[in-house]
Every structure is written in structure tokens, then in C-alpha cells.
Design a protein around this ligand. Structure first.
Ligand code: PGD
Length: 826
């Protein structure tokens, strides 16, 4: 019997003894999920359940990159194949075996030497370079629980930051962040966060402008867009890449939408400083503004629409509030500067004639503006989405088939028509105790750690940072996600204790005091929805291999802490993994029955190695966002104070923020090509989500060979900028500014506008000399260059999508990339 099988058997026995139902426990007893004769027999006996789809070859599971069947031999995952229904299988799934068997897995619970010897707060400057000491699970749980107890007693819940932002893995039970918060809520509360890194600015401004976050709303259905849109404007998005991954398991429907546009020959315009893959895929016209100037460009377009009478006054009158104030701004009545196409061209670097033509084309055609999110991960990032809505409102096509705007066509297949069935609800974080502190804006964490007692503005309220003494991360990678990494390194030295649950030795794990090895999703059983907006599938995520090394699921880790802290029953509700999954499935099945969709009992479903694909009602394929509002604005008002689209927001105006006035406004950003910083740092950074990773996830897999240049993250440089610096394709390049420096590999290409360089986010932070602040990052983590300033007093979103920098050919000694190595003692 192999090591894996022995482990599996031990684990199965433990689970069996804790009382799973006999049938559900059977596959676990047999050694993980088997593609057994039993599974096939059950599947064959289930033809009456028309929504079931059977796996072909392997064990059904899923990830942010797609549902797939895992091929397992002798306890090792050796291959994968996509599920049959996937219209756009994603190459990232082929990395699953490497994820499980990665060399830089955290094998055992580990404690930083100085912390172990000296206790909380010891030698925090050594975080990221101290030695590690292996401890038993019991000891690790004791240490963490001791800290939670001490801090709750002496400093209260505001001293424990357990927001733990991050993309974790899919799975409705093993949701690491929720499980952490569930434990913390049961043991006294914690400091959490508001907003997210994806849409920090847009989600706040949109709530004022259209009455909902908008960015996560269902979009006008793709078949309706394909049929009716005559012009599609991709404004700062690269959907063929970002649609590869989803928050839940993706249905990959969005790519089929773009494929259909291409086939039909629908005109597409891409507005982006980079000639991106999606623009090439749909043969789009490429318009490349200067980075961070989209606001000015939109204002110039609005001016043309107004002065050429291409706008729709009836729509503006009936469905919007405050256009008169914006009109006065456009015409220069308020500040003496008419915002003509020439004015905009001067700022954004796109010819005035091109701007005017764009305005005319949008007005003359049924136009769908698909806005991305990178343009709002910027200083004054709120303005871009407010202006996109304003321009769409001037065009008057909001709520019409194929017209208006959509801010989620590039994300998780917004517009994939919604199915009719049931939804799996995940495990909950439970209720926060009464004395729980108010959350901080998520991207202000480093400032909070360094400035206890400081008060900041946030969406009309004020937030005072508490003194954080413990940070707990489960399912996130703070050293990737946060801006100005070298500033974070300093802020990270403030708390007494940092605990990280992780499968891998990421930079965040390396900078912790206690690391607890977490399983990957392929080492546990779970359930997940497929299609964030469509809710089309329910996928069983069968455990494929035994937990590797000494790793445990986050559920088991927090359940052990709950036992130690005296809240085990409340945490587990007396249920083990199988019983939790059965409960979730049964709730979903009840909803499906109400929708007249029949499903088998849980045990049969689980045994059968089938997944569910719900039917999509015909009407949902023609669903139009805001159609009900357009149809009857009195009966279906928006959730804004006026019930209308607010081009002027009185609520915002009353906040009296200099950096976010009551109408959408052009304000030069903190750094840009015309700022004083551009003298020293003339190049504008464009960061994007990577093609062959999800944020930082999978940077430690062989897929890296596809994008790494000279063994570093790539930097795309225009030939003019490369030549003037003597840089050639494949060269090692040092990219730097006052905040940091990184080693990157040159890709010289006309796909970027001159003056712009592109580096994808997500390369793991790997400082050449961790004892030296600002030392060269050998792997090319772009956040060493970005700045840590809130988007504005309104949303306090992150500004990860901008920075001025300089580059030079790297002449120094070639440094070994150690981003994916394990640290000393581990
Ligand atoms: P991930 O790489 O997904 O990035 O930041 P985020 O922290 O979400 O990190 C998730 C971590 O969770 C990984 O280290 C993974 O190994 C771990 N993990 C996965 N599964 C499990 C599990 O089951 N249990 C435990 N305990 N851990 C697990 C993403 C964030 O970055 C986001 S959402 C955006 S939109 C921002 N994007 C940018 C950007 O475009 N540009 C810049 N400059 N900066 C950004 N930062 C933000």
C-alpha cells in the first residue's frame, strides 16, 4: 500500500468514526474518491435526472480556472481533462498536478525562530529572513489560541485583523477566509475590511450613481448583445484573458460571446494603452490613450455629444438627475475651460478628430460600452466609471437591447444567461459580536498598521485605525495584492504576531511568525457552483488525493482551534465534512424542486461522479439590464436618493471632498506623465492581470516557462523606449522608482504605446537582500513600484494600476531567482 493510500485510509477511518452516513463514508473508506464500478452503476441508474452530466474518465473537481476530471494514479494526481461541457477549456487546469505536488508546499506547522524563543513581538524586523522551526500541530494550535486569548482579553477584537482578503480556492465549505472569520466571531470578534482590491473605487461610486455596486450585477444577456449591438466598445478590458478564471468555477460562456461577435463581424473598438489579446481576437480598432487619462477622454467625448447635439435630452430628463451641472462643467461655465475634444486630446494623447468620430459612431449605432476595472484601480478611479455611465446616459441607450454599458463582461462571464435551478450557499462567518469594530477600507491595511489612532474619510464617514497586534491571513497573498511592497514590509513589522494558513511558501507565508500548512482544494471534498452569473452548474469537488505532508484543511485547522477555545460545537455545528456538504446540497435541491428541476438524493449524486447542469429559460437569454427601469422608472426606481441615474450626486457633494466632487470631473492623478515625478520617471506603468496565472496563484508552476523572460516576470516595452536605452528582447531590465526596484525580462513590442510599459501583477516578491529596505526584487513583483494612496476620500480604493518609473538594462551580477524556494529551516 502506498504512503498516500495509508494516509487516506487513516484519515477515512477518522472521518468514518466521527459519524458520516454509511453510504457517503464508503468512498472515503475505499481510499479517496474512486471512479468505481459503483459510481458507474449509480450513474446508469439515474437517467431520470435529466440535469445530471457524467464524468468521462477521472474524478470530478474544479478550480477558479475551470471544472475538470483529475486523473489519479497510485495516490498522485498525474493529469486532468476538462469537463465535456466546457466551451473554452483553460490551460491553467493542467497545472493541478503541479499544485498538489509542488516542491514549495508548506509541509509542517512552522514557527519563526525568534518568535518561538522570545514570544509575541520578538525581533519583528527579522520577518522574511529569520529561520523556521518545525512544531507539532498541537503546539501550533496552542500558540495561535494563546495569542487570540491574550489579545481578546488585553486589547479587544480591534487588535486582531482577520479580514484576510484574497482569492483563496473555490469550494463552498472550505472557504478559508469565511472559516477564519467564523472562528473569530465565535471568540470575541475581529477587525475586518470593507470593499475589495478588484473594484474598490467603482463599487462605491456606482452605489451613489446607479444605486447598486453594479460591477457584480448580471449584464444584458450575451445572445441579446450579439443580436442587437452594432458597436461594442471595450474600455480598458481584456476579456479573452480575464474570462479564463472566475470567482466560482467558470462556465467560460463569455469567450463564446466574443467569438460570436467576431463571427458576426460586429464592429469593436478597444480603448487601452496596450493592444491586448482581446482586441486582436475580435479585430478591434485600437485607440491608445495615455495611461490614466481616460477620464479626460470621456469628458471630451461628452462635450462632442453635447455640442453636436448627438445626446438624448429626453433620456437625460426622464432617467437622470443633475445633467445641467455636468453640462455647465463641459461648457466651461464653472471653470472657464470648455472641455472640447481638443482639450481632451491634449491630455489623453488621442487626436481630437478620433475622439469626435468615436462620439459620432457611438451615437449613430446601438452601442454597448464594456468597461473594465483596471481604469478604476487608480487615483481618482471613481471618475472613470461615473463618466462611462454619464456618456452612456447621454447616448440614451441604457435599458435598450444591445445598448448601454456593462461592467462585468470581462469578469466571470457576466452576461452568461441565468439558469433556473438551485444555488449552493456556503458556510457562513456567523454573526459578529456586538462590540466588533468598524471595518477599515481593505486597501488601507498598511497605513492602518503603521498609524494607529489616525482618522481618515471614507464614503461620508470617518474611520479611525485601531492598534493592530495580530494579523491572520487565510486564503490571500498580502505581499502580492498590496501596493508599495517595501512600505508593506515596514508596516508588517508592527504587529506582535502574524499567522498565515497557506499551501505554499509565498512571500506572505515567509513574512509570518506562524505558518500552518493548508491543503489544496484537491485534497478535500467540497461543492461549488459553476458560472457566477449563470448559476448553470453544481460541481462536486471530490477529494482526489490525500492531504500532502502534514497539511490540513482550513476547516480542520479552525475546528481544532475552536475546540481549544471552547467553541467547537458552535463552529462545527456537530457536523463533519460530509454532513456539511449533504446539508448544502439538500438546501439547493429544495430550491431546484421549487423550480421544477428534479435531483437525486445527495448520496447518489456524490457516488455517481456526475455534475449538474441546470436549464436556461429562453426569456433569460434576452434579458436586458435596466430594461425594467427604462420601462417604468416610477415603479422600478434605482436605489439612489433621486431614484434616477445621478450625474450629479448631492450626497457626494455634501461630503465636500476635494478629490471627489458632486459631478464627474477630470482631476490629474497622484502620478502621471505630466506630473513633476515624470522628469525622473518618464515611463507610465500599465499592470494587468496575467495571462497564465490567477493573480499570484500558479506562479510556482511550470506554466511560468510560457511567460517568464530571463527567468523573471516580463516587461513589455515599445521599441522606441527600448532602443533609446539600449535594451533588446530577452535582456534583463531593472525597473525602478523611489519606492522600489525589480528585475524583469524585456519583451520589445509595438503592442504598447510609446512611454508605456506593461508588467503583469502576481510575481512573487523575492528581495535580493531582505535586510535592506527597497532591495531589488529578483522575480519582478510589480507592486514594489506602485504607490499606496487611496483612490479618493470617497472610496479609498487601491491604485495598483499606476506609477511612473524608469528602466535600464541590468548590468549587475545575475541573481538567482529564489521566489519559489523554501526558506531556511523549512
Ligand atoms: P491570490 O494570488 O489569488 O491573490 O490578491 P489575492 O491575495 O487574492 O492569493 C490567494 C492566496 O491564497 C494564494 O497564495 C493561494 O496559495 C492561497 N490559497 C489558495 N487556496 C487556499 C486554501 O484553500 N486555503 C488557504 N489557507 N490558502 C489558500 C488579488 C488582488 O490583487 C486582486 S483581487 C486584485 S483585482 C488586485 N489586482 C492587482 C493589479 O491588477 N495590479 C496590482 N499592481 N496589484 C493588484 N493587487 C490586487
Amino acid at each position: 500500500m502506498s504512503k498516500y493510500q495509508q494516509q487516506a485510509l487513516k484519515m477515512s477511518r477518522r472521518r468514518f468514526l466521527t459519524g458520516a452516513t454509511a453510504l457517503a463514508a464508503a468512498p472515503l473508506l475505499a481510499g479517496l474518491w474512486p471512479k468505481s464500478a459503483l459510481a458507474q452503476a449509480i450513474s446508469q441508474a439515474l437517467p431520470q435526472f435529466v440535469v445530471l452530466r457524467q464524468a468521462q474518465k477521472g474524478i470530478l473537481t474544479g478550480a477558479h480556472w475551470g471544472a475538470f476530471e483529475a486523473i489519479v494514479q497510485d495516490g498522485k494526481m498525474v493529469g486532468v481533462q476538462p469537463v465535456k461541457d466546457d466551451p473554452y477549456p483553460n490551460e491553467l487546469i493542467t497545472m493541478a498536478p503541479y499544485q498538489v505536488h509542488a516542491e514549495n508546499r508548506i509541509k509542517y506547522p512552522m514557527v519563526r525562530k525568534s518568535w518561538l524563543e522570545g514570544g509575541p513581538g520578538s525581533r519583528t524586523e527579522l520577518r522574511g529572513r529569520d529561520e523556521w522551526v518545525r512544531v507539532s500541530w498541537d503546539k501550533a494550535i496552542d500558540l495561535v489560541c494563546g495569542e487570540i486569548t491574550r489579545l481578546q482579553k488585553d486589547h479587544g477584537p480591534q487588535s486582531i485583523y482577520a479580514g484576510s482578503y484574497g482569492w483563496k480556492s473555490v469550494g463552498m465549505l472550505h472557504n478559508s477566509r469565511t472559516l477564519l472569520q467564523r472562528l473569530m466571531n465565535l471568540t470575541g470578534g475581529f477587525l475586518g475590511y470593507a470593499g475589495d482590491y478588484s473594484t474598490g473605487a467603482a463599487q462605491v461610486i456606482m452605489s451613489h450613481v446607479v444605486g447598486s455596486m453594479e460591477v457584480y450585477e448580471q449584464q444584458t444577456a450575451w445572445p441579446n448583445v450579439i443580436e442587437n449591438s452594432q458597436l461594442v466598445v471595450l474600455w480598458g478590458c481584456n476579456p479573452m484573458i480575464t474570462l479564463k478564471n472566475s470567482w466560482n468555477v467558470p462556465d467560460h460562456y463569455g469567450q463564446t460571446g466574443f467569438e460570436a461577435l467576431k463571427k458576426k463581424g460586429t464592429r469593436v473598438i478597444s480603448i487601452d494603452p496596450v493592444h491586448n489579446d482581446s482586441a486582436k481576437f475580435v479585430d478591434a480598432q485600437w485607440i491608445a490613450p495615455r495611461p490614466y487619462t481616460d477620464g479626460a477622454m470621456l469628458i471630451g467625448i461628452a462635450h462632442t455629444l453635447l455640442t453636436e447635439k448627438l445626446h438624448n435630452p429626453d433620456f437625460l430628463k426622464t432617467y437622470t438627475a443633475g445633467f445641467d451641472k455636468f453640462q455647465a462643467y463641459l461648457l466651461g461655465e464653472t471653470d472657464g475651460t470648455p472641455k472640447t475634444a481638443e482639450w481632451a486630446a491634449d491630455v489623453c494623447g488621442v487626436d481630437a478628430d478620433v475622439l469626435r468620430q468615436l462620439a459620432r459612431d457611438m451615437a449613430k449605432n446601438r452601442t454597448m460600452i464594456m468597461g473594465g476595472w483596471g481604469i478604476q484601480r487608480q487615483h481618482h478611479g471613481e471618475q472613470q466609471h461615473w463618466l462611462l455611465v454619464t456618456v452612456a446616459a447621454m447616448l440614451g441607450q441604457i435599458g435598450l437591447p444591445g445598448g448601454g454599458f456593462g461592467f462585468s463582461y470581462h469578469y466571470s462571464s457576466g452576461g452568461s444567461p441565468t439558469a433556473k435551478g438551485g444555488i449552493i450557499s456556503g458556510i457562513s462567518a456567523g454573526n459578529a459580536p456586538k462590540n466588533s469594530p468598524a471595518p477599515i477600507p481593505v486597501a488601507r491595511i498598511a497605513e492602518c498598521l503603521t498609524n494607529p489612532g489616525k482618522t481618515i474619510n471614507f464614503n461620508g464617514a470617518q474611520v479611525t485605525y485601531p492598534e493592530v497586534k495580530m494579523v491572520y491571513v487565510a486564503g490571500g497573498n498580502t505581499f502580492h495584492q498590496h501596493q508599495d511592497t517595501n512600505n508593506l514590509v515596514k508596516a508588517w513589522q508592527r504587529p506582535d504576531t502574524i499567522v498565515v494558513n497557506e499551501p505554499y511558501w509565498t512571500a506572505t507565508a515567509k513574512h509570518a511568525d506562524i505558518v500552518l500548512p493548508a491543503t489544496t482544494s484537491y485534497e478535500r471534498n467540497d461543492l461549488e457552483m459553476g458560472g457566477d452569473y449563470s448559476q448553470l452548474y453544481v460541481f462536486p469537488m471530490h477529494q482526489c488525493v490525500a492531504p500532502q505532508h502534514e497539511s490540513r484543511s482550513d476547516f480542520d485547522i479552525f475546528a481544532a482551534m475552536a475546540a481549544k477555545l471552547g467553541v467547537q460545537d458552535a463552529f462545527t455545528e456537530g457536523k463533519d465534512e460530509t454532513q456539511w456538504l449533504k446539508g448544502m446540497y439538500d438546501d439547493m435541491k429544495t430550491q431546484a424542486r421549487a423550480a421544477r428541476v428534479a435531483l437525486p438524493p445527495f448520496d447518489m449524486f456524490w457516488e455517481s461522479n456526475n455534475y449538474v447542469r441546470f436549464p436556461v429559460p429562453e426569456a433569460n437569454t434576452q434579458w436586458v439590464r435596466f430594461a425594467d427601469y427604462r420601462e417604468n422608472p416610477l415603479l422600478n426606481p434605482l436605489g439612489t436618493p433621486s431614484g434616477k441615474i445621478e450625474i450629479y450626486s448631492d450626497a457626494i457633494a455634501k461630503m465636500k471632498y476635494q478629490d471627489c466632487p458632486g459631478i464627474p470631473t477630470w482631476m490629474p492623478p497622484h502620478e502621471w506623465y505630466r506630473g513633476p515625478e515624470a522628469v525622473k520617471y518618464p515611463l507610465s506603468l500599465n499592470t494587468a492581470h496575467p495571462i497564465n496565472r490567477l493573480h499570484s496563484q500558479l506562479d510556482n508552476t511550470p506554466l511560468r516557462k510560457k511567460y517568464a523572460v530571463a527567468d523573471r516576470e516580463a516587461i513589455v516595452i515599445h521599441p522606441q523606449d527600448a532602443q533609446s536605452r539600449g535594451i533588446a528582447n530577452g535582456d534583463l531590465v531593472r525597473a525602478f522608482n523611489d519606492r522600489g526596484q525589480i528585475l524583469v525580462g524585456a519583451v520589445v513590442s509595438e503592442d504598447v504605446r510609446p512611454g508605456v510599459v506593461r508588467i503583469s501583477e502576481g510575481a512573487w516578491f523575492d528581495p535580493a537582500d531582505p535586510s535592506q529596505p527597497g532591495s531589488l526584487c529578483k522575480n519582478g513583483n510589480v507592486n514594489c513600484l506602485t504607490f499606496d494612496v487611496g483612490s479618493s476620500s470617497l472610496a479609498q480604493g487601491n491604485c495598483g494600476q499606476m506609477a511612473q518609473l524608469q528602466i535600464e538594462k541590468y548590468q549587475g551580477e545575475v541573481l538567482k531567482n529564489t521566489a519559489h524556494d523554501v526558506p531556511a529551516g523549512a
